[in-house]
Design a protein. Sequence first.
Length: 600
Amino acid sequence: MADDPFRSSDTLRSARPLAHARQVTFAGPLDLELGGRLPEVTVVFETYGRLSPAKDNAVLVCHALSGDSHVARHDPQDDPGWWDIAVGPGLAIDTEEYYVLCANLLGGCRGTTGPNTLNPATGRRWGADFPTITVNDMVEVQRRLIDHLGIPSLLAAVGGSLGGHQVLTLATRYPERVRGAMVLASSARLTSQALAFDVVGRNAIRRDPQFRDGQYYEDAPGPSVGLALARMLGHITYLSPQAMSEKFGADRLQPRELTTLFENRFSVGSYLAHQSDKFVERFDANSYVTLSMAMDLFDLGSTPAELADALARSRCRWLLISFSSDWLFPPAQAQELADALLALDQPVSFCNVTSDCGHDAFLLPDDLELYGGLMEGFLSALRGAPAANGGEAGHHHHPTSIFRPRRFDYDRILGLIPSGASVLDLGCGRGGLLSSLRQRGESRLLGLELDEQAILSCIQQGLQVVHGDLDQGLPAFADDQFEVVVLSQTLQAVRNVELVLADMLRVGRRAIVSFPNFAYHKLVEMLQQGRAPESPHLLRFKWYNTPNLRFLTIADFEAFCAERGIHIHQRLALDTEEGKEVHADANRLADLAIFVLAAG
């Protein structure tokens, strides 16, 4: 985190007029999902970059509850945007490559039809009489805007939190209108805990004596205390315990001096007071009630079956990003989305970014190198171009391998995979095997990987990969979902060997397993000298930092298969130092083995 303890995702936002905002009014009525009708809708939006002649480079950015259309600066003299770190020339969402569009939401308070705009029927502002809207209603307005701008389909839609809900809705409600969906720090629906914070926030606003049934616009000051309290609650949920400790632990009794109505004895109190006072200057209390209610009503399904049914309508590629310390939208919720898409055999990549920043991580620069790189790589792949910082293709080796980078076994594994086969590569590393399969012309490819940087490398190459721990098995995958499941030079680092191999044979019609043979005569000779095997040509690790947990041999693995009724369809024994196959005395003369397995 940065040194400024008052830094937040709100730091640079203001209520100043949006110099580059445009607006359009749709005269036809909008029938709302939960009943009621808006006779007309005005939308305020901003665009960046140029729409290509083929109209195939449009990226829709969907903002969260407290955002607006001003996603980024248009020029150095412009006010900061809420996502300047990610949107702009040469950034993750590159406005020199893409035509970026961001609209203030229906129900918002920055010019789009909402509670603070005029009700044509009464000539007064809607106030609390503004009808209850849903995310579906918001997205229908965005669809109309896309039509107005002459965009037949979006290259991608991206959003975090409530913005992620919009992306999920767009991809499932209008599947023909979006090719790629990037969902950050979001979910299929809110947890009851998250919903509870919104309930308290809305009560704080409505019970403020100055709320006056939502008609406070002509009589200052309005429900500023209630809105400030709601924002304080919100900021608590946006931070993680780690971020709170780092910001306020060392100087908790040294608050910043500021003029405020709120308690200011502790440093965390002055932070919350500062953030809420700034928020009240630029946001409308009725809009807070309206938008938070829409977010709370959002629900794609509470069971895997309901979620699968909702997501089955999508036709796009997916990138899901969660953040490890986000307890408002916990990573498990993104995992649920990923699991549902995997079960549907839809193209999805997923990464849970290790972060101390909590829910606000997707708006802060701390982890931008990773999550920004994921977005950049995903967008480049949608356009069929390698990312500017794309990972190298070819034969990368997995960090748990005991061998140096040359992967002699990859060529042999490629030869064991039939043409046209669907392949799941477990512990895929930086995508060497998957990249080689793609170069061969295979298309149904998926990697599973634990290392975040390896996931980034795969996505920068346009490969599909999901974040996962092998020791948890493969519960997201259906029986016989892949023709081939590969576990290459990773078995020795797996804790739950029996579960992983059983799931490989359940999910794949064939399983290919390669592993180092610790009965190899050179390793045995080292042990006989009384030292742990160590060689610049063979072993990568010392005895005290090796990730290898299993020291198995070819004979051990063959006995394991025989005991469990696993059919060994084929076995290759390799001497990787000499670059040749071993046909006799393999348990002593081969340093690597490859097995092709099938259920007995």
